[in-house]
Design a protein around this ligand. Structure first.
Ligand code: AMP
Length: 217
């Protein structure tokens, strides 16, 4: 089954896709993480996108579509996937519908206030990609990943100026996709305002139902 996790920056797409990947055994494919890996490796793509991402702008469609399509062609994605952060524009959505159409788009609905609160306190593990929050979801030991034991970092684009720009970019370029997906009847809205545990509780039941699976607990 193919799921797109959709929503504003900070809506919880990455957190929910990571949980769903563990639960349902589908690969979690994050376009942002593909770019961050390219930046860490200092690849030509990484060098090309570093500044754009740092200031909270979108990467051009041609580069984004290429990197995501390459990832979707990997053998582990042949029987389904969880896309997080892609598509973000109408051309990206059209490209996906042509090469590997989604079954459902999970739209995590959150307020701007929640987005700002979540992103401004977010801390990331560079090794496993898990995200934490200084007050909403602190690690057991301050600033250390619970699972990898490595220090957490603050994403370069989680600063006030970039957060504002990303919210604006979402409104102008990405939110129109809601109508696109509504017209394809694949949009499934879910309230993403609560804490990660309660949103995941609801989402797990919803996804199992969409997949026709029986949950054991
Ligand atoms: P994310 O981890 O999804 O918040 O993405 C981080 C940043 O990577 C975004 O703010 C964009 O600069 C870039 N990015 C990720 N996915 C896309 C996409 N689908 N289209 C364009 N830029 C993207």
């Amino acid at each position: 089954m193919r799921f797109v996790f959709f929503g504003a920056p900070g809506a919880g797409k990455g957190t929910m896709a990571a949980e769903a990947s563990k639960e349902f055994g589908l690969p979690h494919i994050s376009s942002g993480e593909l770019f961050r890996a390219a930046i860490r490796e200092c690849s030509p793509l990484g060098l090309q996108v570093k500044e754009l991402i740092g200031r909270g702008s979108l990467v051009p469609d041609d580069l984004t579509i290429k990197i995501v399509h390459e990832r979707l062609a990997s053998p582990d994605a042949a029987n389904g996937w969880l896309l997080d952060g892609f598509p973000r524009t109408i051309p990206q959505a059209r490209s996906l519908s042509e090469i590997d159409p989604e079954d459902y788009v999970i739209d995590l609905e959150v307020s701007d206030e929640k987005v700002i609160e979540r992103l401004s306190g977010r801390r990331m593990c560079g090794k496993c990609g898990r995200s934490y929050h200084v007050t909403l979801k602190p690690p057991k030991v301050a600033n250390i990943c619970d699972y990898c034991g490595v220090p957490l970092y603050i994403r370069e684009d989680d600063n006030v100026e970039s957060i504002r720009r990303r919210i604006e970019t979402y409104r102008v370029q990405t939110a129109p996709l809601v109508d696109f997906y509504r017209s394809r009847a694949t949009l499934v809205p879910i309230d993403g305002e609560g804490d990660a545990t309660s949103v995941w509780h609801e989402l797990r039941i919803l996804m199992a139902r969409l997949m026709g699976l029986q949950l054991v607990d």
